[in-house]
Design a protein around this ligand. Structure first.
Ligand SMILES: Cc1cc2nc3c(=O)[nH]c(=O)nc-3n(C[C@H](O)[C@H](O)[C@H](O)COP(=O)(O)OP(=O)(O)OC[C@H]3O[C@@H](n4cnc5c(N)ncnc54)[C@H](O)[C@@H]3O)c2cc1C
Length: 471
């Protein structure tokens, strides 16, 4: 990581989270808004484009800028104000979800929407407008933002609320850092009466059951998520396990004072008390071939046949993937692609049956499948629908890269035909035509018009922007 000097000579190779894309950029890390404004002045003078970067946890090229400047917001990471009476917090954009929950939980609060990892920053979470396992109930993170301030590439500072600069409020959240930089964010937290959740786990035997369980379970629970064994075919296609979780009411947890403490939530440093967690991905790598994944998924499914109910700490339920540091490295040198499609409840079954069948027939099964229940939202570049999402992780090798890319483009056609949408934090294949079709030409034009207003010199550009919205 560079310091905050403004020399334009420091080239750094940056990657996406999936380690499948690399780009050389001049990397800067401002510590305050004055340095940020100075970076925009320098970029304009030198004719370079700027991409904003939080923790770089997007699976694709959203935070990459080959040949340009990347501005990491990670050093602007102070919590500016916290009111434990109202649960309202104001923070700089580099504050991570980990920092946030650790700050508010001891006072009995939790972020209303979190991603499957706690290492993301608030700026990145608003840039993509993340959803959690409670999207069907609480919407996206943007629905809990009371106000934000942003620095525009023109140097102007603006404040946005749903009722003030509303058009920028609903487009900068979801706008992938292409309209301006969030510099402080005010969010409403959710009150908690325990550091634990009641978690119910049960198996589903095929895709139809999987989707029905999400559909029927969602109204009854605070969170719901499905694991999908994407190596199982035939009558078992789409089988897996559902986890549904509920908050505890006041008085339900006799040890609430203890379970609300950060130390109680912290994930253990060793697996089974023995193996240091940071070595686990080497062990996992030995299974990351088609037969190995089939074996692991089959064993996981068999183990899931026993229904279970347990109390689990918030951090363990939400951030399961963080248990294994660098787990993505187990995919090997080529890295991984996550393909997430969002489908209306009426068409999801047929479309994903086709997608899963194709991936198995072509010998390119996904190694991890995750399903969720969603509701639509008002943000401009929204990915959500009244239906479900399926996220599929694919291993990339030198031998399969072209085949995989062609298959994912075939999937895009199936999803578009079924009235589905995509998520700019995940997919790396989305083409301009695909984006225009699912967002609608009017939305794309509106986004470009807003960009022209906030960034008339087109300083803010990323590899993703050029790929999807470039002229
Ligand atoms: C293991 C894992 C699990 C995940 N689970 C989920 C999930 O459950 N739900 C979900 O929705 N997503 C999920 N994601 C995706 C992740 O939440 C998003 O990609 C998020 O944007 C990453 O945050 P970041 O801080 O790393 O941002 P980055 O990846 O660095 O940036 C994301 C976008 O935000 C922009 N940006 C960054 N900072 C600012 C700023 N200050 N102002 C304006 N724009 C800015 C960037 O330019 C970029 O376009 C997951 C990712 C991983 C790796």
């Amino acid at each position: 990581m560079t310091n905050s000097t403004l020399s334009l000579e420091r080239l750094t190779t940056l990657e996406n989270f999936g380690h499948s894309l690399q780009a050389q950029s001049h990397l800067y890390q401002p510590v305050n808004t004055e340095e940020l404004a100075e970076l925009f002045r320098q970029a304009k003078k030198s004719g370079q484009t700027v991409t904003l970067r939080g923790a770089g946890r997007s699976y694709n090229d959203a935070a990459l800028n080959g040949g340009g400047i990347v501005v990491s917001l990670q050093a602007m990471n102070r919590i500016l104000a916290w009111n434990p009476e109202t649960g309202i917090v104001t923070a700089e954009p580099g504050v991570t979800l980990q920092q946030l929950w650790q700050h508010v939980l001891p006072d009995g609060w939790w972020p209303p929407v979190v991603s499957g990892t706690m290492f993301t920053t608030l700026g990145g979470c608003l840039g993509a407008n993340i959803h959690g396992k409670n999207n069907f109930k609480k919407g996206t993170i943007g629905e809990h933002v009371l106000e934000f301030t942003a620095r525009l590439p023109t140097g102007a500072e603006i404040t946005c609320l749903p009722t003030k600069n509303g058009d920028l409020f609903y487009s900068m959240i979801s706008g992938l850092g292409m309209l301006g930089v969030f510099t402080s964010i005010t969010l409403q937290m959710k009150q908690m009466y325990s550091g634990l959740l009641n978690v119910h786990a049960f198996p589903v035997h095929n895709l139809q059951e999987q989707l029905a369980a999400l559909m029927e379970g969602a109204p009854q629970h605070d969170y719901i998520v499905g694991w999908l064994d994407s190596t199982a075919g035939g009558k078992s296609l789409g089988r897996g396990q559902i986890h549904a979780a509920d908050y505890l009411a006041a008085g339900d947890d006799p040890e609430a004072q203890k379970t609300l403490q950060v130390a109680y939530q912290t994930l253990p440093a060793k697996f089974f008390g023995l193996v240091p967690k940071n070595l686990l991905h080497y062990f996992m790598a030995t299974f990351m071939i088609n037969p190995g994944v089939w074996l692991v998924n089959t064993a996981k499914y068999v183990a899931s046949l026993r229904r279970g109910e347990q109390r689990q700490a918030h951090a363990a339920f939400h951030f399961l993937l963080d248990y294994v540091p660098d787990w993505e490295l187990s995919y090997g040198r080529g890295g991984l692609i996550q393909y997430q499609s969002f489908l209306p409840k009426e068409t999801a079954l047929a479309a994903w049956t086709e997608i899963l069948t194709i991936s198995q027939k072509r010998g390119l099964p996904s190694y991890l499948g995750v399903t969720k229940r969603h509701r639509p939202d008002k943000f401009l570049l929204s990915h959500a629908v009244d239906g479900f999402s399926l996220a599929l992780d694919f291993k990339i090798t030198r031998g399969n890269r072209a085949k995989l890319s062609a298959m994912l483009q075939d999937f895009d056609k199936i999803v578009l035909e079924a009235g589905g949408r995509f998520y700019f934090a995940k997919n790396s294949e989305t083409s301009p035509e695909t984006a225009r079709r699912y967002l609608g030409a009017e939305t794309v034009e509106r986004f470009k018009a807003l960009k022209h207003r906030t960034d008339p010199n087109h300083l803010l550009e990323s590899d993703l922007y050029r790929r999807v919205f470039g002229e």
